[in-house]
Design a protein around this ligand. Sequence first.
Ligand code: ADP
Length: 357
Amino acid sequence: MKKGTVELISVVKRYGDSEAVKKINLKIDGGSYCCLLGPSGCGKSTTLRMIAGHETATEGDILLNNRNVTDLPPRQRGTALMFQNYALFPHLNSLDNVTFSLKIAGVSAGERKARALDMLKLVNMDQFAEAFPDQLSGGQQQRVALARALINQPEVILLDEPLSALDPFLRTKMRTELKRIQQQLGITFIHVTHSQEEAFALADQVVVMNQGFIEQVDSPQGIFRTPRTAFVAQFIGGHNIIEGDLAPDQKALVVKDRAFPIPDTFSQENLSGISLRCDQISISTAPTATSLPDPLTIDFVEYQGSYVHVRGAFQDGLALSVYQSDHDWLDKPVKEGDAVYVTWCIDALNPLASIAP
Ligand code: ADP
């Protein structure tokens, strides 16, 4: 087992009558970058805080390197939590903020300073060692907070929405820095976010949560290419979700009066619908041999730079979103009110399961 491996076994967190985390099982490999992704209130921070030891698990076990840490206080776990608001001491400069816990632990002044400077260097803040928090930008304060979390050489670092307070430019810059630091140190990063873009950019493993459950655990590519449930497909965006009933011959999904052929590789059990990536649909102004016979009437066109979001509906009300490359769109621009024909390859369909509670 790699150092820094975290396991959650049947972990439940109840606040009074409400269950914030519902019996989850999860393994996070040591040295990996894991993102807990999901909408507000789905239980991400609670899960993170239970791993850190800042929250107790109502049921279940939390293991770090196979050692049961469920009942250990935060400092004895080998984890470090970086708080969302950075929580720096305003009356201490960067260096003293970073050395603070070493001082409490009785580390000598010389070693404290050397180790803190190393950490500040790692986060590119060594030139701000003497600066106080109110002299630093949000992004700089965050780097100091990260150095402070790293100073005790944790095996696992836990980050709660670390980029949410930064403006979009800084957010992307800091995202790259987090990945660099994680790779340089080779320790486990567990990062809570509600941004799918952030999770995709950073994670080796994405854990999608919804209402206290884990809906899917996979690589970013796995999540995007094969979302397991309608919730995952919707949350990450860029997918049409078509819910319907399986035809008696099990070769099609019946939606209203139409039947969408589905690949026979789909496991029929538990099939609740299909997802179809918006960028896997092509548009033509006249019917083609493979297009659906009835036209889609466009009701929305939004230019997004590299792609154009075109949305429309069939006469029976079924709606579809299509992402056209800007090249294709500029070649034959379609507009609201136009009737177009759509086609896709059957392999572009992905089965959606209804999640077992
Ligand atoms: P997320 O991080 O995904 O936004 P949280 O883990 O913070 O979600 O919260 C999950 C659920 O638990 C929410 O419904 C929230 O209101 C509830 N919750 C979180 N902390 C507490 C608490 N200290 N007391 C009561 N309920 C809480």
